[in-house]
Design a binder for this molecule. Sequence first.
Ligand code: PEP
Length: 249
Amino acid sequence: MRKNIVAGNWKMNKTLQEGIELAKAVNDQVTENDDIVILCPPFIHLTEVAKVINKKNLFLAAQNCASEESGAYTGEVSAAMVKSTCADYVILGHSERRSYYGETDEILNKKVKLALANDLVPIFCIGEVLEEREAGKHLDVVKTQVEKGLFDLSKEDFGKIIIAYEPVWAIGTGKTATPDQAQEMHKYIRDLIAQKYGDQLANDTTIQYGGSCKPDNAKELFANPDVDGGLIGGASLKAGDFVAIANAF
Ligand code: PEP
């Protein structure tokens, strides 16, 4: 059975000290149950944040990792380095990485494989921009991202992946996909997975929604049968809001 998962992407926010305080507050407030909660601080916070969390369902993710294994890549952080900090997950393919840093489907496919090889679970982000939705191309865009990013994985490896559907027009804009828009896309993604890997794996895959998810809309979004949680940006920077979203199932 697939898990409900809420992950908080802090992006480039919070000093180390502020990050430790935020993580402590989330750790204090989070409900210990079978739903998974993930904090995604900047790389350099990971080891210190790991020391202040101890809830059994609270985990750590990096926001990215390198597309090469190791070597002369100044400023990069490898999947093995991320794993060595106690992180268990890594966000890959966030729209900000795709658009500001030129991460293509091919680069992301390499990152996914390196993450898996280093025992990290990828949270693989996909989603269309506004013009693509308005042109009625959103399903095709997402299909290509899933196929090129993930569909050469073995069944066993694909079974470890979490998908985050994040319509780019909803990220940080205050505009949320309607529950029907989210459900339509999540069902479409699950059907693609079923065609490629079979019904069982499709049913077991967690598909998160991301894009201006807040305490006041999380319940409605998560109530959809194919929405298994959220990837949360802005609202993850306040412990109370983030925990309220994590409790919205
Ligand atoms: C995100 O960046 O993944 C995101 C969903 O951001 P926000 O919640 O701020 O829209």
